[in-house]
Design a protein around this ligand. Sequence first.
Ligand code: NAP
Length: 256
Amino acid sequence: MYLPSFSLEGKTALVTGAGRGIGRAIAIGYAEAGADVVIVSRTQSDLEETAEHIQQAGTKAYTFEADVTNKSHIEAIFEKLDTQNVKIDILVNNAGMNIRSKALEVSDEEWDTIMNTNLRSAFWFSQKAGERMKENGGGKIVTISSVAGHVALRTGVVYASTKAAIIQMTKNLALEWGQYGINVNSIGPWYFKTPLTEKLLADKDYLNDILAVTPQKRVGELSDLVGPAVFLASDAANYVNGQTLFVDGGMTIQGF
Ligand SMILES: NC(=O)c1ccc[n+]([C@@H]2O[C@H](COP(=O)([O-])OP(=O)(O)OC[C@H]3O[C@@H](n4cnc5c(N)ncnc54)[C@H](OP(=O)(O)O)[C@@H]3O)[C@@H](O)[C@H]2O)c1
């Protein structure tokens, strides 16, 4: 028998930014693959809707209304999980945002908000989960980066810098924690229609520019991301470490 298990049965995953968009799709996909899911965002009503889908898939949902830029909120989540004896086998650092200012117009406040939401929070969650995964004999960490962390796009320099840093953070954590049975990988999506991108994608000229550089000639469906996210969280990825898997319809492979 060579085929390792893609099932997440018996595992518990924590997904940040699971109130909508990509995080919600991954949280529901993980439940469909058999995992209980801890979901985090600032909007309780969104969390409740995601939790309902998780429960419909037949697993448990734990909701935490929290701001990932606030370290004390992150600490409180892990303390509560420890008290309830909930062990995190899988962490998905997905919460993210963007303010698309030109480099000459970026303010201190924008810099801090984007950095703290996209990068610092992913490190803190990884540190808290990694500490516990080490004690428990292993785990899987998946962080959502972006094609914008690999090639220069019109997304704005601060966002792109956070995503490039996530790709490097993934490699460094993999290097340090591989010996503990912790796999740290990243997914780099191209354009997916979510509340983050829906205005951009509604602009026909912008959409045409995207499709012109996308070999598959379409933007991503959320279901296109869930398979890769389940794979990287499952035993099928036990020897995959420090990688960024671009889910991009081939966007990043082209030359002139
Ligand atoms: N959509 C794309 O095309 C695309 C492409 C490449 C990469 N990505 C990345 O994929 C991830 C998800 O993007 P998305 O498109 O699904 O975005 P989205 O639809 O805007 O959803 C973002 C989620 O993160 C949560 N979040 C944001 N800031 C937070 C904070 N400070 N504390 C707690 N939760 C917070 C949001 O909830 P609240 O606002 O209610 O807290 C929401 O649930 C991001 O890291 C993004 O950079 C997206």
